[in-house]
Write a new protein. Structure first.
Length: 163
């Protein structure tokens, strides 16, 4: 059974809504604003730290070759394909299809009553290879996907499968 944030939807919704409200109440560029934004960023990262929604075809091949179920792995397992003691970047990346910065901007631009709908429709996280992540970054898709993550992936030849 796939574990999901939805099992504690009301609690997550309350936490995220309160964090968004607090960020909106702070004065832009103040220390409170900076800290509130960082807190919301970390909260959203924790909220998405469940098994991913998608996997790229190339990442799936890595998981299959190593006999690992991609739904059993979380962000903390991103080094599972690296050699023991290898301090290089992980070969597999737990990637937010809609970057957290883009999601944050959306959340602060809407009414509190709309937050639940945004969270329920969030595109989720995707396992991709290091090479695919590097291509996203090299093509200026690190923090923004212009509201269409699937098109950004397609434009770079990253094919995804819904888990």
């Amino acid at each position: 059974m796939k574990v999901s944030w939805i099992e504690h939807k009301e609690e997550w919704l309350k936490l995220i809504t309160e964090a968004v409200i607090f960020l909106k109440q702070t004065e832009a560029k103040s220390l409170h604003h900076k800290n509130a934004k960082r807190a919301l960023n970390r909260l959203l990262r924790a909220w998405t730290d469940y098994p991913p929604t998608y996997i790229s075809e190339k990442a799936l091949l890595l998981f299959q070759a190593n006999g690992i179920d991609p739904l059993s792995a979380t962000r903390k397992d991103s080094r599972i394909f690296n050699s023991k003691g290898d301090n290089k970047k992980p070969l597999i990346v737990f990637e937010h299809t809609t970057p957290i910065d883009e999601l944050t901007k959306l959340l602060v631009s809407i009414e509190s009553s709309q937050i639940e709908e945004v969270l329920l429709n969030y595109s989720g996280v995707c396992w991709i290879t290091r090479d695919e992540d590097d291509r996203l970054n090299q093509n200026n898709f690190r923090k923004h996907r212009n509201g269409d993550w699937a098109e950004a992936y397609r434009s770079l030849g990253i094919n995804t499968i819904k888990l």
